[in-house]
Design a protein around this ligand. Structure first.
Ligand code: HEM
Length: 262
């Protein structure tokens, strides 16, 4: 089963890379190929459209200013399930694409036990068992999987409310809204983590690449796997090089001082 999925992913990845290129310079690593990036931004755009139109339907009193974006109230109501459907279909492809790196490992359980240190940015390097995705990213992914299933089931029941019994429709509303709130919370944390909290992460979803330093800092096991190098050693060498550069600059400045004074 998983090898059929891998073969499918490999085929579409190759097809997409014929149309869009990822340029990897020296000192960089390929993080997300074109196929992954197209899926990610399709998921993101349609999630945001579904979220905004959903807000307008959920509370017209608070969010009536959003409805003109979608062509008025009735149009917002008609478009919302279609935005959600495109979001869900794109996410199904992303699910297949990321199924393998998102598998839970014993390292992930260890990572979760030190989530407080992670949130407080206490360590310079992530623990050596942190692979392509860390446990926090995997939890976000699996939360979306569960939410998409709940959205689809409850959304379809609400869509066909004229043939579904009343209590099922009302329960669906509650589950649908709880799933949306959980997704909103996850989305806010996700955007913060992928942009300001971890500089150098955002470009992985635009250019498709990250620097070596980003990789050995945030995902050392993945860095070791793709480069065959020890992440701690690479970090120590980079530090030594930087210290050497600083010493050379200071020495040059020192040399020039008396000449300037003359
Ligand atoms: C619109 C703002 C968004 C930004 C700036 C953003 C940015 C990113 C970046 C840079 C990554 C790669 C992280 C890495 O390689 O380690 C990523 C991964 C991911 N994105 Fe987004 N994203 C956004 C919206 C979304 C939305 C709306 C969803 C789904 C509802 C989503 C789902 C994911 C998932 C599941 C991953 C992989 C796990 C993770 O890195 O957390 N993203 N995103």
């Amino acid at each position: 089963m998983s090898s059929a999925i891998d073969r499918f992913d490999e085929r579409v990845r190759r097809r997409f890379s014929r149309h869009g290129k990822t340029v990897v310079h020296r000192g960089e690593l390929l993080r997300h190929p074109v196929y992954t990036r197209v899926l990610h931004w399709t998921v993101a755009i349609f999630f945001i459209l579904a979220l905004l139109s959903g807000f307008a339907i959920y509370s017209p009193w608070l969010f009536h200013w959003l409805t003109p974006l979608f062509g008025g109230g009735p149009m917002t109501r008609s478009l919302h399930p279609w935005f959600a459907l495109v979001f869900s279909i794109a996410f199904v492809f992303q699910f297949l694409n990321w199924l393998r790196p998102m598998r839970w490992t014993s390292g992930d359980s260890k990572w979760l036990r030190r989530v407080k240190e992670y949130a407080l940015n206490k360590d310079t390097l992530e623990p050596p068992y942190t692979g392509f995705f860390n446990a926090g990213e995997k939890l976000y992914f699996w939360t979306i999987v569960v939410s998409v299933i709940l959205f689809l089931i409850t959304g379809i029941l609400m869509w066909f409310d004229h043939i579904v019994s009343r209590w099922i429709v009302v329960t669906s509303y509650v589950i649908h809204d709880i799933a949306a709130l959980v997704m909103l919370g996850g989305f806010i944390i996700h955007v913060y983590q992928s942009t300001t909290s971890q500089p150098g992460t955002f470009r992985s979803m635009t250019d498709g690449t990250v620097t070596d330093a980003w990789a050995w800092t945030h995902h050392p096991a993945w860095y070791a796997e793709v480069t065959g190098r020890d992440p701690v050693e690479a970090y120590e060498q980079a530090r030594a090089r930087l210290a050497e550069q600083h010493r050379a600059i200071e020495a040059r400045e020192h040399e020039q001082e008396p000449r300037i004074a003359k």
